[in-house]
Ligand binder design. Structure first.
Ligand code: ZN
Length: 145
């Protein structure tokens, strides 16, 4: 499996908003996706079908895609407990170093980021302008959460 071990500086605000929106609209089901980064910023979400228990088989299918590079994962918990489950920890161990779990009400303060072992870690929200050619290097204000 190819993994992107480059240092992650943060997640694009629009990408986080997408995760929160998708989590909200998936209720009462959970939403899950893999995170991909460009130049150290998480900007892409690849949606994984399936539930917490069936996620590993969906993941194995996804890894058959060519050039799969994964910075981490994002998924929702329909309950407000956003701590990683035992299955989440197995999943985290295969999908990079940055793992977002979002819970209701799915706003910018109802999510957390965990490392590969399920310990909380900071993930900055970056204001990134999406352009055709690379990223604007002036990110404006960076919020640490
Ligand atoms: Zn979970």
């Amino acid at each position: 499996m190819i993994k992107d071990r480059a240092r992650i500086r943060g997640i694009a605000r629009d990408t986080l908003k997408f995760i929160l929106e998708a989590s909200r609209s998936s209720m009462p089901e959970e939403f899950a996706g893999l995170l991909q980064a460009e130049d150290g910023i998480i900007t892409e979400v690849l949606i994984i079908p399936g539930t917490e228990s069936s996620r590993m088989s969906a993941l194995i299918r996804l890894y058959m895609l060519p050039n799969m590079r994964v910075a981490g994962s994002a998924h929702s918990h329909p309950s407000s407990n956003i701590r990683p489950s035992e299955q989440d920890l197995q999943f985290f161990s295969r999908t990079g170093d940055y793992h977002i779990i979002a819970g209701p009400p799915f706003d910018e303060s109802s999510w957390a980021c965990y490392d590969i072992e399920g310990l909380r870690r900071d993930l900055a929200i970056l204001d990134v302008e999406f352009k055709d050619v690379g990223f604007d290097e002036d990110f404006g204000d960076e919020d640490l959460v």
